[in-house]
Design a protein around this ligand. Structure first.
Ligand code: BGC
Length: 373
């Protein structure tokens, strides 16, 4: 084959690959202020599918195979954008500007105290009244050899929800052919600010709406966690997990100790705590969850210093979606993050971002299956 022919053949192959792997985009309706939002379906060669909306960057569904190759949707979610707009469980959402709680909605930066709106008793939770999860993100799709990507961008203006600085947030979701959903976060600011970005997907590896998650086996790669007070604000202590129900270093059923007579479990109504990862800010396995009946395995890798393991203790059957009712502990979240309320704890890794700096972080949800024991 001469060179010209080879070039034509390669160009045709390239066009073919790009055509078959184009991301499906369809309307998801309008927000209450009339803005049109979309659903983007990322697919891989194995049959995995992840649907994301540019409203809040929410992962709406995630289809993953069990050990017999049977696919199920393993992410809790809603049917309409109105539900995502009105309801508060943060299903699948991108969280910002500050993930988890800020005590009293206050923090001090460069000697100035900021008061942000409170939305969780006395505290600010997940970015305040209108966090990143309730914003319309600009979206752009692309595909290449590494997988299918959805690029999302949001400019959080100086003063929005009380936070200083124009913050440009870029989040890219990538689904690859190794059954990994990768989330790359990038942020810059033009004034000193604080930030803590995460994703709030609720998983049920049996299938969404298929009951509680107590039989799932969990491992968290952490020797310490951050205990909380009655309002779920960290006390500042980094407490060893040794000898407590928070010792998840070896895989154990989520339900094995969740109802133990333990003060921290009572305060969280179950697990709702930040673990101090042993990975020292390096990209590595933070947590692994195995669902014994289906064999589905989720591994979470991150370069963040912490992970919030939340067992859906506030789900009470009010939230309904995708033909299911989401009851108490019907989903779990593994939110990779900096520690809650960090700006008020100088001993925690800093969440400050300054002009000229780039916040960059990656989290991977890796799916596989386990053989029957
Ligand atoms: C928090 C929970 C909160 C939930 C909201 C989690 O990240 O840790 O306390 O109730 O988000 O859905």
């Amino acid at each position: 084959m001469n060179l010209a022919r080879l070039v034509v053949v390669l160009a045709l192959m390239f066009t073919f690959v790009m055509t078959v792997s184009a991301i499906d985009k369809k309307p998801f309706g309008k927000t209450s202020d009339g803005r049109e939002v979309f659903l983007y379906t990322l697919k891989n060669q194995n049959g995995m599918e992840v649907v994301i909306t540019n409203f809040g960057g929410d992962v709406v569904s995630m289809k993953a195979p069990d050990r017999d190759g049977k696919y199920a949707d393993i992410a809790l979610g809603f049917d309409t954008v109105a539900d995502y707009e009105k309801q508060g469980p943060y299903f699948g959402a991108l969280i910002g500007r500050y993930g988890n709680r800020l005590a009293g909605g206050k923090f001090t930066l460069d000697g100035k105290t900021y008061q942000v709106p409170t939305n969780d008793g006395p505290n600010a939770l997940h970015g305040g009244k209108v966090g990143f999860d309730k914003r319309v993100w600009d979206a752009k799709e692309s595909s290449d050899a590494s997988g299918q990507h959805l690029h999302l961008h949001y400019l959080s203006k100086d003063g929005e929800e009380g936070f200083p600085g124009n913050l440009n947030a870029d989040v890219t979701y990538t689904l690859d052919n190794k059954n990994e959903l990768r989330i790359d976060y990038l942020a810059t600011t033009d004034k000193d600010t604080v930030l803590n970005l995460t994703n709030h997907t609720y998983f049920n590896l049996k299938g969404q709406g298929e009951g509680d998650i107590l039989e799932h086996q969990i491992m968290i790669n952490a020797d310490r966690f951050t205990p909380v007070d009655a309002h779920l604000i960290p006390t500042g202590e980094l407490k060893p997990v040794e000898g407590t129900p928070f010792d998840l270093r070896k895989a154990v059923a989520i339900g094995a100790h969740i109802n133990d007579d333990n003060e921290q479990l009572k305060l969280g109504r179950g697990y709702d705590h930040n673990w101090v990862l042993n990975t020292g800010g390096k990209m590595a396995t933070a947590a692994k969850v195995v669902e014994p009946t289906t064999g589905r395995v989720l591994e979470v890798l991150t370069d963040q210093p912490g992970i919030q393991f939340y067992t859906g203790n506030f789900l009470d059957g009010t939230a309904k979606g995708k033909g299911k009712v989401y009851n108490y502990r019907n989903g779990f979240c593994l939110e990779t993050q900096h520690f809650p309320d960090s700006p008020n704890h100088p001993n925690f890794p800093t969440t400050e971002l300054k002009p000229g700096q780039k916040f960059k972080s990656t989290t991977i949800y890796r799916f596989s299956t386990d053989k029957k024991k």
